[in-house]
Design a protein around this ligand. Structure first.
Ligand code: TEU
Ligand code: CA
Length: 550
């Protein structure tokens, strides 16, 4: 069963922690998280044990999309601090063996980026072709491509009488990657950051850069992989940086194109197949349906087994675009901690590089809003306007926003029980979840049974046992619907991971010998696995002895 071990990279052996800087820690009382705030919390991250931080964008930005609309890639957003603060952060992180992964947002810029200001100024400006401009067709947009944030992806610009493409907000014009000068400008900027000593890049919607908008091809365009190989050669190639592409449209076959070591593209991609499992097929993220656990098993097994040696997985439940996993697929009421531990154990025992999103390690939950005026996120606000116009009721729209809205992930980090959860002494830019009195890092650190220590233990286990990094995956087929169980095999050793993915008791039985318990979210005795009753959200990992009889 064992696959040969490929050359090891640091990014295969570590756990990454995503910081959303606006909501992590404010150091100067303006209600906005900042770089000095992150520096203050590095020791906390060191205690957790992570080896890298993925830092959501900190570049200069008018914040139409919270920093994913960049007006200067080589300057720091004033609210976040200065370049000196950024260099200090890189240095202080390095002292703690933590690398900084920068968010690379190069499918588009802000409309306030100097390239775009030049580009829109005249049809023969040298920067005109940095963006995607098209003439109107019969007095209308060139075609009916839609923006992810709804409405036409084409914006008419009075000044030159043409349309520009924006696959996201109209303040996020798409760069024209067919232009070699654009690509070179991006590579120069990447090298600027590499030279500052960063550990890699998370590449925002990188699967869109090969777009052919006239053919209405956006994701996975024909030149995409040529561009990435060129990028690799001109920037991070040979430097062993972590590069992870955000690729909503990846299948395992496509993921191998990006992450096969022989192709010299990226370290890994974020695939989103599991993320769509609670959507109605063919509809949008806002059209809800319950998760079916057997579908999750199928998707995870597929990704665990199909990449083989020609790719590498990233593992995540959460990010700054997704609702909190405990509220989404766990239980944020009586089983908050227990379900959080189950979800952590299930994910961190898989093969790939795990990512933790800030607050996940203390079991933060969604923040429910009662009115659209409480919503900050552009995606949710645009959807609200769109669906109100289409005749949906306000109540049904708010159900979708409370389930899936991006603000759920973006409420300030809950540090302690002081005012505003210790996030800011001022007024937070986005309301703090009131449950901070109970759910906060100080409480978690003080309670040795907390979810924080489960994450800490999982990270430590990964450092200790090569099986977790390299072992092959095998799903246990004959379990009840909501029991997700799998083996990891490595050099003659087998571990069994059993997770009750439900708030009901379940049965589980396996004739085997247990050599030792690796980690569990209960104090139960696991010396035999015959005829067991699993408590709600019970999860355990055991090392098996001898032969396994399913
Ligand atoms: O997200 C890509 C993207 O397609 C998202 O809009 C996604 O569909 C949605 O958020 C799911 O809820 C990336 C960033 O992660 C996101 O924060 C940015 O808004 C977007 O790109 C544009 O840069
Ligand atoms: Ca601040």
């Amino acid at each position: 069963m064992n696959q040969p071990k490929t050359a090891a990279h640091w990014w295969q052996e570590t756990v990454v922690y995503q910081v959303y800087p606006r909501s992590f820690q404010d150091s100067n009382g303006d209600g906005i998280g900042d770089l000095q705030g992150i520096i203050q919390r590095l020791d906390y991250l060191k205690t957790l044990g992570i080896g890298a931080i993925w830092l959501s964008p900190v570049y200069r930005s008018p914040n139409d999309d919270n920093g994913y609309d960049i007006s200067d890639y080589e300057q720091i957003m004033a609210e976040f601090g200065t370049m000196a603060d950024m260099e200090q952060l890189i240095h202080e992180a390095e002292k703690r063996d933590i690398k900084l992964i920068m968010d690379l947002v190069v499918n588009h810029t802000s409309d306030e980026h100097p390239w775009f200001i030049e580009s829109r100024s005249s049809k023969n400006n040298p920067y005109r072709d940095f963006y995607v401009w098209r003439a109107s067709v019969n007095g209308d947009a060139p075609n009916d491509l839609e923006s992810t944030f709804l409405g036409s992806a084409w914006q008419f610009d009075d000044h030159t009488g043409e349309y520009y493409l924006h696959l996201f907000s109209k303040k996020q014009p798409d760069l024209n990657w067919e232009n070699a000068k654009v690509r070179q400008a991006v590579y120069d900027m990447m090298n600027f950051w590499i030279n500052k000593g960063i550990g890699g890049f998370r590449m925002d919607v990188i699967d869109l850069v090969g777009k052919l908008p006239d053919k209405k091809i956006t994701g996975n365009g024909p030149k995409l992989h040529d561009y990435l190989q060129e990028m690799n050669a001109k920037t991070f190639g040979g430097k062993d940086l972590l590069t992870v592409g955000e690729t909503w449209g990846a299948t395992p076959e496509i993921a191998k194109l990006y992450s096969d070591p022989e192709r010299n593209e990226l370290s890994m991609v974020f695939q989103f197949e599991h993320v769509g499992l609670d959507e109605q097929p063919g509809k949008s993220k806002w059209d809800l349906r319950p998760l079916v656990i057997s579908e999750l098993k199928t998707v995870f097994s597929k990704w665990q087994t199909e990449l083989g040696d020609q790719g590498w997985n990233s593992l995540f439940w959460n990010n700054h675009d997704l609702p909190r996993i405990i509220s989404r697929w766990g239980n944020d009421r009586e089983y908050r901690v227990q379900s959080g531990k189950m979800l952590a154990i299930l994910l961190h025992m898989l093969k790939g590089t795990p990512y933790i999103y800030q607050g996940e390690e203390i079991g933060m939950t969604n923040r429910i809003v009662a009115d659209i005026s409480e919503v900050e996120d552009i995606e949710s606000k645009n959807m609200y306007a769109d669906r109100m116009a289409k005749g949906y009721t306000e109540a049904e729209i708010l159900i979708s926003i409370n389930a899936k809205g991006r603000d759920n992930a973006r409420t300030p980090m809950q540090w302690d029980t002081s005012k505003n959860a210790g996030f800011t002494t001022g007024t937070p830019w986005l309301a703090v979840n009131e449950n901070y009195h109970e759910i906060n890092a100080a409480h978690a650190l003080a309670d040795h049974t907390s979810l924080f220590y489960t994450y800490q233990q999982l990270i430590a286990l990964r450092k200790k046992y090569p099986l977790i990094i390299w072992g092959s995956f095998e799903l246990l087929e004959n379990t009840t619907e909501t029991v997700f169980a799998y083996y990891r095999h490595y050099e003659g050793e087998t571990w069994l991971i059993v997770c009750n993915f439900s708030d009901q008791k379940q049965t589980f039985s396996l004739e085997t010998t247990v050599e030792k318990v690796i980690i569990a979210n209960s104090e139960k005795d696991y010396s035999t696995l015959l005829n067991r009753t699993l408590e709600p959200y019970e999860a355990f990992v055991v090392k098996l002895g001898g032969n396994v009889h399913a």
